[in-house]
Design a protein around this ligand. Structure first.
Ligand SMILES: C[S@@+](CC[C@H](N)C(=O)[O-])C[C@H]1O[C@@H](n2cnc3c(N)ncnc32)[C@H](O)[C@@H]1O
Length: 256
């Protein structure tokens, strides 16, 4: 006699949960940032004093250029370039972050979409992607991320990219960030991050993934993006509790 189908279905469903998670883990991160958006409104110290100044010092701010802010969050970078006269499209996998961008930093065009799947009808002169790849949980998705950057850039267009520099930060739990690593740091391993907001509240904990510099450069190269420059980023805060040496880098890639 056949078992009742609903019993079979339930067993099948429970067994397939780990696979469902594996297959769709990018979707999980959409929800992670939906939750974090509630705590992220003012932006964090690392962004303000290290990453954003580093990006602004290096990206050409010429009026009329079209720029994609991939993983734009609440639009902190998009709005700066928008005010400089560039044409901005900001995209983010989190609906809540896009809503926040529209409210807090209106002006640029914001789209709610997974950046690894995005294909614009018009290619961009510049793509910036600040602290997004460290949210990507699988190497296949990282490859898709760079392929999407490649497809969305004009020939000779540039990608300005930053990443959570796990190798350097392991010894660096300074007062604006806390990180908890597994004993063995391997490619794609998950670690927990908390960041301090500008109003001294904490954002997090949330999950990040370790992608080494080599993995990043190789994945970009596979898609047709060549590394043309690595710029070490130093803190501009002058505060004592910031590390003296660069812990982050800005990677500048060019489409062949
Ligand atoms: C650390 S925040 C950085 C936000 C922004 N780039 C900035 O500089 O303020 C990471 C952002 O990446 C977004 N993100 C993560 N994975 C993404 C994906 N696959 N496509 C688009 N956005 C993504 C998150 O939703 C989040 O808003």
């Amino acid at each position: 006699m056949r078992a009742a189908p609903e019993v079979l279905d339930l067993k099948y469903f429970l067994r397939s949960i780990p696979n469902l998670f594996k297959e769709h883990c990018v979707i999980f991160f959409m929800y992670q940032w939906d939750q974090l958006s509630k705590k992220y409104s003012l932006g964090d110290y690392t962004n303000k004093f290290i990453l954003i100044p580093g990006i602004l010092n290096n990206v050409k701010k010429k009026k009329g250029l079209i720029l994609l802010d991939l993983g734009c969050g609440n639009g902190l970078l998009s709005i700066i370039f928008h005010e400089e006269g560039l044409k901005i499209v900001g995209i983010d996998i989190s609906k809540e972050m896009i809503k926040l961008a529209q409210i807090q930093n209106p002006g640029p065009k914001y789209i709610h979409i997974d950046g690894t799947k995005y294909l614009s009808d018009k290619p961009f002169d510049i793509i910036i992607s600040n602290m997004v790849a460290c949210n990507i949980p699988k190497l296949d998705n990282l490859d898709e991320f760079f392929l999407s950057c490649f497809k969305n850039l004009k020939i000779s267009g540039k990608l300005y990219f930053t990443n959570s520099a796990t190798e350097f930060q392991k010894t660096c739990n300074f007062g604006i960030a806390k990180r908890t690593y597994p004993n063995n740091i391997t490619e794609g391993c998950k670690f927990s991050v908390e960041l301090k907001n500008l109003d001294d509240t904490w954002i997090g904990p949330f999950a990040n993934y370790h992608w080494s510099e080599n993995t990043i450069i190789n994945s970009a190269k596979k898609s047709g993006l060549n590394l043309i420059k690595t710029v070490p980023l130093l803190s501009t805060s002058g505060q004592d509790n910031f590390p003296e040496k660069a812990k982050y880098s800005l990677y500048i890639f060019e489409r062949e």
